[in-house]
Design a protein around this ligand. Structure first.
Ligand code: MRU
Length: 354
């Protein structure tokens, strides 16, 4: 069974329902977001997380933002409110480009609509925004499945796969990116084992990925993050597969902190390193990974474990949420449109133009 991470309920006056990922695996609880403030908070605190899921949620966040308007407002006023909601939601998390991609896409379609039909009623504009958010949702579902279909061949019978963080259904509107390859290989009857890094400090691997894989009946083993190299040395890992939050024009890819170290370990041990991501994760506007903004998160995420303090009072902490893997360490990027082997500026630009 694949988790339905998010769902829009109703029409333009509806609301967004999300699985509250902060409470997994202990409790499967759904959260109702009925205004942009609640959604902003859900994104910021990782109730909803994972690059594509953040993008899709933000798209629906713009539908929520329009609910503040009244019948006396016109579509010009609607565009003003939309722009404000875009700015607000864009400030929730900085690294996953899918957030900005989805906000821009909705804004552009709304502006096109008003330019074409300047006398259109506000209600019609709100319908356009909801339709575009629904399109983003549906496309994400399809892209996830295709990523899986394109990449499942990299998971051979008897393989040992290593993954980091959560790039599964919980991170998207569909069946995930990295985990989609696993779901598709599993559907074909292949037997393999997935080692899941616990992914300190917020444990997306142990809490979320292990939960999803176990539910799907896939053989899963949770490891401490520092076990990965030793497993590779012993020959247990045939491939590393992760998702990405932003891929620069030269193929450098940001993903959860710890991904870069895995790529170095994989290279050292001759293990292929794959990134699975939809086209909405590419950011051709930036030349290299050096330009990707890296989110810094609260010290308490590191100094406490659950409610227990595990570091001295007021100790200094460095807690970047993401790192960047050099394109030269990536064997291939798997997308909904195919496989980009040995990614670099040329192959990425060719892919994006195709
Ligand atoms: O901080 P998070 O949990 O949002 O980080 C998520 C990741 O790093 C995922 O691996 C990435 O978004 C890819 S999700 C398909």
């Amino acid at each position: 069974m694949i988790a339905q991470t998010l769902k829009w309920v109703g029409g333009i006056d509806g609301f967004l329902e999300l699985i509250d990922q902060r409470r997994l695996p202990g409790e499967l609880v759904r959260l109702q977001c009925r205004d942009t403030e609640r959604l902003y908070e859900a994104i910021k605190t990782l109730a909803v997380r994972g690059a594509p899921a953040i993008g899709v949620s933000a798209a629906y966040g713009l539908v929520l933002g329009m609910q503040k308007l009244t019948d006396t407002d016109d579509s010009e006023r609607g565009l003003e409110v939309l722009a404000k909601s875009c700015e607000y939601l864009a400030s929730s998390r900085p690294t996953a480009v899918n957030l900005f991609w989805a906000l821009d896409r909705i804004r552009q379609s709304a502006e096109r609509f008003v330019a074409d039909k300047p006398n259109a009623k506000l209600q019609a504009l709100r319908e356009v925004i909801l339709a575009e958010a629904n399109a983003i949702y549906q496309e994400d579902v399809k892209m996830c499945r295709r990523i899986g279909e394109n990449g499942q061949k990299f998971i051979k019978q008897g393989a040992g796969i290593l993954t980091h963080c959560n790039a599964g259904a919980l991170a998207t509107a569909g069946q995930g990116t990295a985990l989609s390859l696993m779901f598709e290989a599993h559907k074909k009857g292949r037997k393999f084992k997935v080692y899941v890094d616990e992914t300190r400090p917020l444990l997306q691997g142990a809490r979320l990925t292990a939960w999803e894989l176990k539910q799907a009946g896939i053989d899963v083993v949770v490891i401490c993050d520092n076990t990965a190299g030793w497993l590779m040395k012993q020959g247990h890992i045939s491939a590393v597969i992760t998702g990405a939050d932003r891929i620069a024009a030269n193929g450098d890819a940001a993903n959860k902190i710890g991904t870069y170290s895995l790529s170095v370990l994989a290279r050292e041990h001759g293990v292929p390193f794959y990134i699975a991501a939809p086209s909405s994760t590419f950011d051709p506007s930036i030349k290299s990974g050096d330009e990707i903004p890296i989110e810094q998160r609260a010290a308490e995420e590191v100094t406490t474990f659950g409610k227990t303090q595990i570091a001295p009072d007021s100790v200094k902490v460095y807690n970047p949420a993401f790192d960047v893997t050099d394109a030269s360490n990536i064997t291939a990027i798997i997308t909904e449109r195919g496989v980009i082997k040995n990614p670099n500026a040329d192959s990425i630009s060719k892919y994006l133009r195709s």
